[in-house]
Design a protein around this ligand. Sequence first.
Ligand SMILES: Nc1ncnc2c1ncn2[C@@H]1O[C@H](COP(=O)(O)OP(=O)(O)O)[C@@H](O)[C@H]1O
Ligand SMILES: [Mg+2]
Length: 377
Amino acid sequence: MNPFKYGTIVRGEDFYDRKEECSRITETLLGGNNIVLYAPRRFGKTSLVFKVIEQLEKKNVICVYFDFMTVYSPESFIRLYAKALSERQTNLDKFVKNFASAIKNIRPTLSFNTDGEAEFSVDFANTPVDERVVAQLLDMPEALGSSRKKVVVFFDEFQEAVKLQNINFENLLRSKIQKQVNTSYLFLGSKTHILHELFDNKKRAFYHSAAQISIGPLPEADTIKYLQHKLASSGIALDAETGRYLISAAGNIPHYIQLLASEVWQYLIGNKKTVTKPIVDYCVKQTLALKSDYYLELFNRQSQSKKQLLQALTAGGKNVFSAAYINTHRLGSASTVQRAMKELVEEGIVEKLKDEYVIADPFFKAFVAEIMRGIMP
Ligand SMILES: Nc1ncnc2c1ncn2[C@@H]1O[C@H](COP(=O)(O)OP(=O)(O)O)[C@@H](O)[C@H]1O
Ligand SMILES: [Mg+2]
């Protein structure tokens, strides 16, 4: 079986490193503080959070993990969050009783799935779902804990909470969190520009309400060791220099490193026994070819100014609003570049790092570069 995993949360021996980040996060949460965790998409935030949950549960902390990605309305929030709260409960009957007494307007129900496991859900009957019900639900984590038992709530893809603006969710949650003493919160998400707006803007409810932690790429030396170890178990050799080459071809992003390594493994498993740079190049090309329909569609969908900016970014993304950059790449006016960049960041196509802008998907970047050179991958 292919030893490289991507596109899912990685756990156990598929997860490496992040020890410092893990203990820093764990200690901050145990100290009763809230955290906002920043990192671009596919850097391993969710996987790290699951590692933190594992550590905290060993310390007898109740952990609630909730992903805002599928929330689209107050009803869906209530249904999904209520389920998330029930998920790590050892005694569901007791939870149902507590739930029923805490939240008057909706009915909790237990049913059994085909595997015979008890499943919690809520029934709204004819109750209109308003701010009050959401407020009661937001009190639940605190009720699960006690002065001796801490609770930590993990809100993943938290930027999607802005979809609940119509019930004033941001202010409501903030006012609840302020009163809770047994519960800490960790907020994380992929759209870092929205999270920054929520936590760094003086006018927003969450302004400076959480310690800020960011994670970067995984350390190169450790990644090489990890790749060597995994490949060696299939009898494949990788030297450090080629390892570095692979990491760089994957834009030094954890997800794409695993994806490319997985392609390399697939290519070599037949008979060849050593990874070489031409093999890495070949696997990059294979990946581009597989995704070329999608990439072409994505590229063609962009306006002329965004296309030009994307092409410029393949050569580097520092000082992009300077006259020098704009002239070199013939990007028109500064305001056009600013507008195009804003849209690309909002769409998640471009990521803003500390002092530069990068195309988030290194393979899409390679694709755009090939188009520029007149080659259709
Ligand atoms: N610590 C890690 N060890 C091994 N692989 C990792 C690690 N962190 C991330 N990855 C890789 O990146 C992918 C994306 O991780 P994920 O946690 O979903 O990122 P995010 O939540 O930041 O988008 C994983 O499927 C895995 O391939
Ligand atoms: Mg994630």
